[in-house]
Design a protein around this ligand. Sequence first.
Ligand SMILES: *Cc1c(COP(=O)(O)O)cnc(C)c1O
Length: 373
Amino acid sequence: MGQAEADAASRAILSGWVTQGPEVAAFEREFAAVVGAPHACAVSNCTTGLHLALLAVGVGPGDEVITVSHSFIATANVIRHCGAVPVFVDIEAPGYNLDPALLGGAVSPRTKAILAVHQVGMPCDLRAILEFARPRGLPVVEDAACAIGSEILWDGRWEKIGRPHGDVACFSFHPRKLVSTGDGGMITTANAAWDQKFRLWRQHGMSVPDTVRHGSKQVVFEDYVEVGFNYRLTDVQAAMGREQLKRLPAMIARRREQAARYRELLTGIAGLGLPTEPAWARTNWQSFGVRLPAGAKQRGVMQALLDAGISTRRGVMCSHREPAYAKAPWRAGSTLVESERAQDEVVILPLFHDMAEADQVRVADALKAALAT
Ligand SMILES: *Cc1c(COP(=O)(O)O)cnc(C)c1O
């Protein structure tokens, strides 16, 4: 973030309207145009967006939702927020995304939806997931928290994640993601009725939004037609987000170069697994995770890199291994061997769009040295 974001925030603050208002409306229009979605509704973060998405497709107490354990814990938590039960299926080893071949073994009469994650920006195999879901009448919600700007080959054309190809897609603007508003989220859908629901629910179920009452020449009284939530984004955040969106194409172009450079630098390391894009997917390269050679100790390698001044992260967590899920109801829809292996064997290397090439060389050299000991 730079002066442009600071100026935008300042503009919103000085405008006299700081919560959800005209900046949010403009951010929604611009976001919808970027991903090619008919509707985009801003919310306070991706977790609240996913909560509303699951409610809209009808997930309720006692239902089951099939998803991956190998994801940030919010993916599983939102299913619990609906009173439903997560059914975890394993990932496919090379791509770290939901393995569609396992859906058949996970489905039950209680299955209400599939929550498909585009993990760290890499599109999951939506076509195969939809081929399974559509004939069974199962809605597909996309956890696109990390996938802004990622693309999928659809009927011979490259399309942005979020059109959406499933029924609803949810994005995050947490600082870990490419586009940030501090905290924030966006829900996209082609379903106008659901979009109206999201707008109602995010603002306490209020029939007439405060922006409309404020602008009215007549006295208007609002009703509270459903039990809603406060899942609003503020205009200060939306103003920042609009500036961030302008930077997105350049960010992704730079990250693609950096990912290619890492590939060149790391190809020579025996046994190291590099991330691969399937022919039908283009990731935004939010993260560049490498699978360590057999026998290498993840914590030791990460510590050696940290000692060299290089900060890394372990592979994506598995929700089913966390204390919060020790007793909470969930069901394994398959073995979770690949999920656990990915968490334990992957190291996520530094990648950010203003990272210098010399720093990439330093990371590669330090990783080589750490693996040689
Ligand atoms: C970051 C993330 C979330 C949560 O997003 P918030 O905006 O922080 O609520 C959910 N799912 C995945 C896969 C994520 O990476």
